[in-house]
Design a protein around this ligand. Structure first.
Ligand SMILES: Cc1cc2nc3c(=O)[nH]c(=O)nc-3n(C[C@H](O)[C@H](O)[C@H](O)COP(=O)(O)OP(=O)(O)OC[C@H]3O[C@@H](n4cnc5c(N)ncnc54)[C@H](O)[C@@H]3O)c2cc1C
Length: 285
């Protein structure tokens, strides 16, 4: 049976409606740009769901549809935790990602192109937020690898500069090229039309490498313990009266940083119990 729905359209009701080749993803967002920084790192931006509200520094679950089950042919979403690297005011969302060659998600995600869709579950959570810290004068961001991502958000967040006189970002990677995303972002802050004036001279950037030669080599934990960070930056050592810190790296890094920060007298806080420092895993394993 056929029926006319308009002058030009004929719908044949007897013909079953064919499923589209790629089924529409649940919570789909569209990729707007992709940049590859090294063979192990890339960043990308996606459309932002209109209803998504988050606090700069939080993370969400994102992913792609997994491979079809060999028995049932059904596909399930393959989701992973990702820090939102863009600030809360941005009309798009940015992510900074590792490429794990045999990683279930990132072996595929690294091939996304503008126009492709990803899944984004709009339920932001996390401890790397201003609400989890008591007021202070200096704010430290300590990161390794993709642990820079939540700080890419917080460095572009006006509240960071409203609340603190000085913001110190440390980023430690194995090789120099792995610092590029962070360096470019820090360099762009002063020219940012929204926060450029607030940033002024407040941000100090302290990159270090652990494998490839660079002007500052070594672990940040060692440099905090021997005081060389403070000497290099010409600032006072960390003290609980003035300093607040956020930490994002591997499990080992986070554990070492906790010990260092506690040795300076800082206590770990949480959303429900703000104190002097907070920690989040950059990845599990
Ligand atoms: C709270 C939280 C926030 C996260 N935010 C980010 C983020 O902003 N960007 C990001 O790239 N990843 C982030 N991750 C890690 C992310 O969830 C995935 O693990 C990563 O995308 C790899 O997924 P996969 O399925 O390819 O491999 P997985 O099976 O998840 O991981 C395989 C192995 O790869 C290594 N690995 C995984 N992620 C990383 C990483 N980021 N850096 C170094 N080694 C890693 C680990 O050894 C892990 O066991 C976050 C994890 C958590 C818990």
């Amino acid at each position: 049976m056929t029926k006319m729905t308009s002058a030009t359209e004929t719908v044949t009701e007897a013909t079953p409606v064919k499923a589209p080749a790629t089924p529409a993803l649940p919570d789909a967002q569209t990729v707007t740009s992709v940049k590859h920084w090294t063979d192990r790192l890339f960043s990308f931006r996606v459309t932002r769901p209109q209803s998504l509200r988050f606090r700069s520094g939080e993370f969400v679950m994102i992913g792609l549809m997994g491979d079809p089950d060999p028995k049932t042919g059904k596909q399930k979403p393959l989701l992973r935790a990702y820090s939102i690297a863009s600030p809360a005011w941005d009309e798009e969302l940015e992510f900074y990602s590792i490429k794990v060659q045999d990683g279930p998600l990132t072996s595929k995600l690294q091939h996304i192109q503008p126009g492709d869709q990803i899944i984004l579950r709009p339920k932001p959570v996390g401890t790397l937020v201003h609400d989890a810290l008591l007021p202070g004068k200096r704010l430290w961001f300590f990161s390794t690898g993709t642990g820079f991502a939540p700080f890419a958000s917080l460095l572009r967040e006006p509240e960071t500069y409203e609340k603190y006189d000085q913001v110190i970002i440390t980023h430690t990677c194995r090789d120099v090229a792995e610092l590029d995303y962070g360096r470019e972002l820090v360099d762009s802050l002063k020219d940012d039309p929204l926060i450029g004036e607030m940033v002024g001279e407040k941000v100090k950037y302290y990159p270090t490498t652990t494998r490839q030669g660079s002007p500052r080599m070594g672990r940040i934990t060692t440099k905090l313990q021997d005081g060389s960070v403070f000497a290099d930056l010409g600032i006072d050592p960390i003290a609980p009266e003035t300093d607040r810190a956020m930490v994002c790296g591997s499990l080992d890094f986070n554990k070492d940083m906790k010990d260092v920060l506690e040795s300076f007298g800082l206590r770990e806080g949480a959303n429900s119990d703000p104190k002097e420092y907070v920690v989040e895993k950059a990845f599990v394993g």
